[in-house]
Design a protein around this ligand. Structure first.
Ligand code: ADP
Length: 161
């Protein structure tokens, strides 16, 4: 499809589940902007700059993907970037209700920007940044869940003093 799509999220940190969604979106849209939202309510482990840096590292082979950060409303950001779509990933039924609420509100705010959902790859259905952080915190192996650069950043965050 022509035009720009936004992949918004916390990406605290980026996992193979996120990367799968970003890659698949990049095959459909001309340009994909991964937008890191600074949701302080979630008490993030990584600063926005760190999350942006990790995303840049893991998407550098994808020529039509760029990474940015954002503070305000997603719909204002999307409008400002002239995007015509927002892409979200869906894992389990549990994601559905939350996504319905957000999408309905976003449509109310700007009905010209459509939200599309990409179904997770089965192997990543139970993968989330929270699970990765929990495992890494207790020195568990996360190498199947995140790229090496992210694994190293997690080890540094939790276990170097
Ligand atoms: P948010 O705080 O906005 O939910 P996340 O970083 O948790 O941000 O997720 C960003 C996007 O990536 C969301 O659309 C989420 O559903 C999707 N996502 C996260 N993990 C996975 C996964 N394992 N498979 C598919 N999509 C995922």
């Amino acid at each position: 499809m022509t035009g720009t799509a936004i992949c918004p999220g916390s990406f605290d940190p980026v996992t193979y589940g996120h990367i799968d969604i970003i890659r698949r979106a990049s095959k459909v849209f001309d340009h994909v902007i991964v937008a890191v939202f600074n949701n302080q309510a979630k008490s993030p482990l990584f600063h926005v700059e760190e999350r942006v840096h990790l995303l840049e590292e893991v998407t550098k082979e994808m020529g039509n993907v760029s990474v940015d950060s954002c503070d305000g409303l997603l719909m204002d950001y999307a409008q400002q970037k002239n995007a015509k779509a927002v892409i979200r990933g869906l894992r389990a039924v549990s994601d559905f209700e939350y996504e319905m609420q957000i999408t309905s509100m976003n449509r109310k705010l700007n009905e010209n920007i459509e939200t599309f959902f990409i179904m997770t790859n089965n192997q990543y259905s139970f993968l989330s940044s929270s699970i990765v952080k929990e495992v890494a915190k207790h020195k568990g192996n996360v190498s199947d869940l995140v790229p090496e650069v992210v694994e190293e950043a997690l080890i540094k965050k939790f276990h170097s003093s």
